[in-house]
Design a binder for this molecule. Sequence first.
Ligand code: NAP
Length: 490
Amino acid sequence: MKIYQALVGGQWKVSSSERFLPSYNPYNQEEWAQIPLLTNEEISEAVECAHRSFKEWKNMSGLDRATLLHRLSDLIEEHADYLAEIESTDNGKVIRETKNQILFTARNYRYFAGYADKLLGEAIPLDNRELLDYTIMEPIGVVALITAWNSPLPLLANKLAPALATGNTVVIKPSEHASISTLEFARLIEKAGFPAGVVNVVTGDGKAGDALIRHPLVGKVSFTGGTQTAQVISRAVSEKLIPITLELGGKSPNIIFEDADIDEAVIGAVAGIFGASGQTCIAGSRLLVQRSILEIVKQALVEKTNKIKLGNPLDSETEMGPVANINQFNKIIGMIEEAKNQGAILLCGGKSSENSNLKGFYIEPTIFYTENPKVNIACEEVFGPVLTILPFDSVEEAIHLANDSVYGLAAGIWTRDIKKAHRLAQQIEAGTVWINTYRTSQVGTPFGGIKQSGFGRERSWHTLYEYTHMKNIMVNLSDNKRDPFSMQTK
Ligand code: NAP
């Protein structure tokens, strides 16, 4: 079993309390590693280190920051197989997905490396020609980055790449359920040659995260996780009045119209809900199907779902791994039972796996059908391999059902009618709308939610503004004396 250390100010350390948290492999339920449970003092030390390193990092040329970020991307690519294996061992995601995601992670750092020396301000022409005015983008300072367990490294890249490119220093707190890949990744940060203290990784449970975000020297929080935790964090951060980015959960509608390519739409529905065992914020967990094609879609979907290959996440043939931890397993099984009690019709799955070779937290890919959009399984985030199918008759009803949610993260539309697709895309309340595709990501596109799915954007150049202040600088070029008792507006 491996015992890991946290990275604080360039030093690897265990906790002075000598306490550790276990990390379990969800495939076999065995403890395979331990992470230090840092004390509040040690978390504070990490923030202070980041604060001390801020001046050097922010004043480094954009080109030098870019060079380091490119070097980091090279190292991630070089170590992609290893990092993917670690990620799959820690959270049970299938290796065919984690390998892909690690390369996507490298791409993300490369994307923002390209911006590190292009943080442009603008010269603003004013009414008064004797005033010179321009803006500059300035880093915020120490940023706390808190990530969820479902995709630790890709989620981190969404935050860390723009934070570093724009000149911030950071303290990262990964989830206690999957911290190992972040700690292994931190070794690459060191190897790439980032100055000590620019990137710090602290480990522990939710209390460690709480101590981090409350620290007076933390100037911004970027959080990926559940809506309830986000509410707790928002309350704490509101005392300090610092900016916050929240990437939260969803109950995303995936809408299939009768004029869709049904084969493609069914594959899209499977990708939307059974990719990553449904443990993805963008899971297309509500499948809205036009009534005229309901039976065909149900049948095709159940047929495909029953063939999904559950197995060892490290086997490249495996299509669905276990869910990531015991809490998640119990929650999902509980929601399946509740759905049955509330009258949702079980079309397939609905149990933990009966394959006796699989000892981990396996749940069969599960599909419910209901005409009642108010049953819990149709409105609450499961964060597991459970799909709910709901029928609709008209476009208006599809829009109403799609928007009848507290969440607004993503949505999918399947139709051959391109005009209808674009009209609908504009009316759907979500941060991302996919047309004739689902769960397709690119680093250049802004990603984030509305409503209880959070606010702020990740990936894309827009994210540069999440990690900078815009400063306006005005210069008087005139020799005229002004009236000191009246604001100068001309
Ligand atoms: P979570 O329980 O909210 O935890 C998220 C992170 O917050 C973990 O690192 C957790 O640490 C930490 N944390 C817990 N309490 C805290 C506190 N009081 N102060 C500061 N940090 C605290 O969420 P999760 O179960 O890990 O992740 C699942 C959720 O994340 C789902 O709702 C999913 O939809 C959402 N998600 C959203 C996105 C997106 O981009 N929109 C992406 C992925 C996941 P511990 O784990 O150590 O307690």
